[in-house]
Design a protein around this ligand. Structure first.
Ligand code: FAD
Length: 304
């Protein structure tokens, strides 16, 4: 289960390459689909543990998520994980989605409550016949399909709706008790937040891997707005690194790669041996960062 092995003394090479996974969103247009498949083709030889495909707010990408997942399953050697939320659907509908995935061979679901139907910051309301919590969703999946592996979310800075860390970790514990075997964290930029959160989670007796979610910031301004709304703090030192680069995409890219590579290398030195990358459907930065972690393309991979 370890995603953390004992830290390597400062300056020493991290002994083995970490395990990685990649997150994509389902493409909206033909052009975006072409670009996603170029990304998948580039990243597949890095042999990720799995790649996951998000589920649009309120289920808005239900079919697109399904077709992306099915194509990954049919055309690559990579194991896909389908994200799924409880929002805006009755249990029966959600159960059907899961069964459809199971029928085509999907064996990994990232089970989420989802954002409030009115958008982040509005009160969360459940569907009257729906799964009321993410833990109920995990339970529903595991009871009907014990062979499906279920991953869930975790929040190193606590979820914005959580009153405190204890309440937040109660929810994580409920998801684990319901059968989740991996948590992937919300993006964070301050490694200490993750390491402190890990201590809190372990102190509660939760021993599943808590895989850090890493986001290389291709477009700092856009990404900052997005992650801040989801409760991630953006440290001043990070904003300063992108200062003055609004019109210089090339330098921004180099800075983004350097920052994210520094973050994962520091975590690796602390013994973290599994990373989940929010790719934004782009390969370049993630490929470079994986390279710096010691991950090299492997033989001929079936990919697109
Ligand atoms: P949970 O784990 O169920 O809860 C998170 C926290 O919110 C809890 O700790 C709890 O304290 C608090 N909370 C939950 N319910 C309540 C309540 N009723 N009242 C008060 N507090 C409450 N969203 C998408 O729409 N599609 C995706 O594909 C997607 N993928 C994601 C992948 C990852 C790895 C992560 C970290 C998030 C993802 N999200 C996605 C975002 C997620 O849906 C939102 O953060 C959502 O607000 C919470 O869903 P959850 O499953 O994380 O919530």
């Amino acid at each position: 289960m370890t995603e953390v092995t004992p830290p390597a003394p400062d300056g020493q090479r991290v002994p083995k390459s970490p395990a990685i996974s990649f997150e994509f969103f389902p493409p909206k247009t033909e052009e975006m689909e072409k670009s996603l498949w170029e990304t998948i083709k580039r990243l597949a030889p890095l042999t990720p543990n799995f790649v996951s495909v998000t589920y649009g707010a309120g289920g808005s990408t239900r079919e697109r998520t399904h077709s992306t997942i099915t194509r990954i399953l049919n055309e690559t050697d990579i194991r896909p994980a389908a994200h799924l939320t409880c929002v805006g659907a009755a249990r029966g509908e959600i159960d059907d989605i899961v069964s459809r995935y199971h029928d085509v061979g999907v064996r990994h679901i990232v089970a989420l409550r989802g954002d409030p139907p009115g958008g982040i910051g509005t009160p969360y309301t459940t569907h009257p016949q729906g799964y009321q919590t993410s833990a109920e969703l995990v339970d529903g999946i595991k009871k009907r399909h014990p062979d499906i592996e279920v991953s869930v979310s975790a929040y190193p800075e606590k979820h914005p709706e959580s009153p405190d860390f204890d309440a937040d970790i109660d929810v994580l514990k409920a998801k684990v008790d319901a059968g989740a075997t991996r948590a992937i964290t919300q993006v964070f930029f301050d490694n200490d937040l993750y390491l402190r959160y890990l201590d809190r989670v372990r102190a509660r007796g939760i021993d599943i891997p808590i895989v850090p979610g890493i986001m290389p910031m291709h477009n700092f301004k856009q990404a900052r707005n997005f992650v801040t709304r989801a409760g991630t703090s953006v440290p001043d030192w990070l904003a300063e690194k992108f200062d003055g680069l609004d019109d210089d995409a090339e330098t921004r890219k180099l800075v983004a790669a350097t920052v994210a590579a520094g973050q994962v290398q520091k975590l690796a030195k602390q013994g973290v041996d599994t990373f989940h990358f929010y790719t934004m459907n782009r390969a370049d930065l993630v490929f470079a960062i994986s390279h710096l972690l010691g991950i090299r393309p492997q033989g001929a991979q079936k990919a697109a």
